[in-house]
Design a protein around this ligand. Structure first.
Ligand code: GLY
Length: 270
């Protein structure tokens, strides 16, 4: 199959944050708590980081936030568009201290910084970027005011924000992911308003099916969703699978574990 890759389908750098000592106490909303093997979780995280490195992505470790069990899910701390990093204000108050270290990391790389402020809340996992549109999940973690602030911040960048109410999943990106050819994969039972999104391709699995472009045809995925991996392979992509099962017990996925900085800056600082 011939694919047309979207313009942002290229390598950059990746922010990651290693799991802390209290990982097993991470927040759960839609999953039952199960015991987490901390050593195995750390080994899986290292393998996840190695997958990026093996595909030419330099990884940058954000300083630990060890008092925050969910800090390894660093995607939630920001939304990056071009050279602008919008620092989130997580909807779960216990996750708010996670953003300081993440802001330091991205600011030291030369990104312009904007922030979501009270009473706005926004989790990075709620923001699905598709070209010059951001679809933003509005639910338990991201509120209407957070979406309004994000829209104001990114409007000068030529970005339109579309709010998408969610109630069945933690984040919008728990239910939708974009492939580099523009296909939107979706777990349809997780979406209250699929009509607000462009055409969706249903996935057969509820968990573990999200994907990250590594470069070329390669997509990083979890080993937990073999039927979706086959669907992706049938569309001409090559799934690169990592086992992140211990981290998935905390209602996370491969996408939550990193911030992909796909547009390297030329200036080291501003
Ligand atoms: N455990 C991930 C979260 O609830 O944010």
């Amino acid at each position: 199959m011939t694919k047309t890759l979207l313009p942002d389908a290229r390598r950059g750098r990746v922010l990651v944050r290693r799991p802390g000592p209290h990982l097993a106490r991470g927040l759960l909303t839609h999953l039952e708590r199960r015991p987490v093997d901390a050593d195995l979780a750390l080994a899986q995280w290292h393998a996840y980081v190695a997958a990026f490195q093996e595909h030419g992505w330099p990884t940058i470790e954000v300083d630990p936030a060890d008092d925050c069990p969910d800090a390894t899910f660093v995607e939630d701390t920001m939304v990056v568009f071009g050279d602008l990093a919008v620092i989130a204000r997580p909807g779960a108050p216990e996750r708010r201290p996670e953003t300081d270290g993440a802001e330091l990391a991205v600011a030291s790389l030369g990104y312009r910084i904007a922030r979501i402020t009270a009473p706005g809340t926004l989790d990075g996992g709620d923001v699905l970027k598709l070209g010059s549109t951001m679809y933003v999940g509005s639910g338990q973690r991201t509120n209407v005011e957070g979406i309004r602030q994000l829209a104001d911040i990114v409007a000068p960048e030529g970005v339109e924000v579309v709010a998408v109410p969610i109630s069945q999943v933690l984040h919008l990106k728990s239910a939708v992911t974009a492939l580099p050819d523009g296909t939107l994969l979706a777990y349809l039972p997780g979406l209250d308003r699929p009509d607000l999104l462009p055409e969706l391709t249903p996935v057969p699995e509820r968990h573990g099916w999200r994907a990250i472009l590594l470069g070329g045809d390669k997509l990083l995925m979890s080993t937990s969703a073999p039927r979706t991996a086959q669907l992706i392979a049938d569309r001409g992509f090559e799934p690169v699978q990592v086992d992140v099962s211990e981290l998935e017990k905390l209602e996370a996925s491969v996408t939550c574990l990193s911030v992909r900085l796909r547009e390297p800056l030329t200036a080291p600082s501003r």
